[in-house]
Each structure stands twice: as structure tokens, then as C-alpha cells.
Write a protein that binds this ligand. Sequence first.
Ligand code: SF4
Length: 297
Amino acid sequence: MRDVILIRPPCEAFSLLIGVTEGCSWTQQTGTGCRFCGIYAGVQDFRVRPWSRIKQDLDAGFRAHGPDVRTVFLAGGNALHAPTDLICKVIEYIKKLFPKVERISCYAKNHDILQKSSQELGRIKEVGLNIVYMGLESGSGDVLRFMEKGTTPKGMVRASRKIKDHGIQLSVYVILGLGGNIFPDHAPETAKVLSDMNPDYIRFRSINFIPGSRLHEDWKAGRFEALSPLEIIEEELEIIKQLDSCVTSKILNDHVSNYTRVEGNLPEDKEYIISTLKSLASDPNLRRMKHVNRTSM
Ligand code: SF4
């Protein structure tokens, strides 16, 4: 087993990364984790890192960067799974070392959010957690079941409301192509759930088959087909078009797997995003492109 795998959102590339947990609790619980993921299964066990190790890393960060650090990412597959007392202690220490810090963030699985009481989330917000990155992946119950996310669209919406009700910003990921050509409701159901959630950020990623994951085996064996780049763009277009007019999220395509970088704020940029995606969908170069699987991101 490896010691630490540090995965962070691209927007946290310049943040101080502090491991609070290692591995993924869902992978530990199920033995396999989500069908499309496979990052941690058999590679790293889940554990909450002890305060002494976290403090050592924070002190090392202070020695390396001084007191002016502005953004800190609490790393680990699901840092919000850690006990609330520990999370608060870590955030309080971050604020003490780095008084100018502007953003403290972490990944959270919807289970972790639902398992925290309202009082706990209130404390975490109060000490200074600003934003949570949560993988919705799909709003389709069939896709979530097939991908073994261990939750339902309703569970996703409940978790998102709980985060927002406590004044913590919410960024959700959607994986374009996750329904393949087996689950045609991936796009319309995702639009519905996103409309119910109205998260602060909607971040699109495009499907990639990660070696070691069960979806990679499905793809290799021809049981699950990759959508073409054109179909990926059409799927994003369908989702954006079907979002409710009251959605006020920021749309981002800020991942190396995306075929576009288009971004904008809803509702005012909706037409701009739609016209950009339409024009991309009619580009002969994109129409000729085939799915190329990325094994490193
Ligand atoms: S996608 Fe997230 S919850 Fe699912 S196995 Fe990977 S790290 Fe765990």
C-alpha cells in the first residue's frame, strides 16, 4: 500500500495541499469503490491521518511558503469523512499559520455530508471551510446504480442542500459520457438534478477509462462504449439547454479531459455557452475526432 495519493481539483493546483485523509472510505467499505474510479482500490487503504502528521505537514508548508498562503486544499478522497473535531482543529491551525488565507476547501462524498449533523456542518463553516467539491457524476438513478456510487439522485440533492444551507459553497462534477450509449437518460436527468441543486459551480469532465477500474475492463471488453468527442459536446449542450432558468451556477470545463474550455455564469451567459457548444459541434475537426483515452491527467 502506498502512503499518500494526492489528488486535487485543477483549480487547486497552486494551493497548499494538506492530506487529512488517505484513500477513500467508500472504496474501503465496498472493496471496489465506484465502477469508473479504481484510483484507490488495492492501492491505498482509507484512514484519517493523525493530527501529529497533519500538523507536521502544515508546519512544513509554513517553512516553505511563509505566512502568505492564500488557498489550502484539505486532501484525501473524502476529507469531510474525518471527525468534525479534527477538521476544525486543522482549519483553526491553518488560520493561525496563514492569517491571509482566503479559501479552504476539500472533496466530500455525499455520504460524508449526510452523516454530519447540522451542528457539525455549522461548526465547520464557522471555523472557515469555504467550499466543498462533490462528485454528482450523473443525475440518472440508473447510471449511479450501474456505477456503484452508493447513492441516489435524491441523496445527492439532499447533500447539496445541506452544504448550501450552511453557507458553504458547493462545486459539483458531472462526467459527460458516463451513461455511454446504454443510459440515454444521463443528460436529461443530470439537468434535472442540477436544477434542483443549483450549486455554485458545475464542473464538467469527459469520460476516461482509468486502468484498474471496472469500467476500464467493461470498455476493453466492448461492454461499454466511449462516446465520441462530438457526442460529448452534444451531451453537454443538452444538459445546459435543459437547466432550469433559475439556475445561477458558474459553468466550467476546467479539466484536461474536456474538448472545450467554455465557461460562464448562469443565467446571463447561457446563450453564449449554448452558441459556443453549437459552433463546436458543427466543427468538422471535432466531428472527425475519436475518443482518445487519457491514462494520466
Ligand atoms: S469516485 Fe470518489 S467516492 Fe468513488 S471510489 Fe473514487 S474517490 Fe471514492
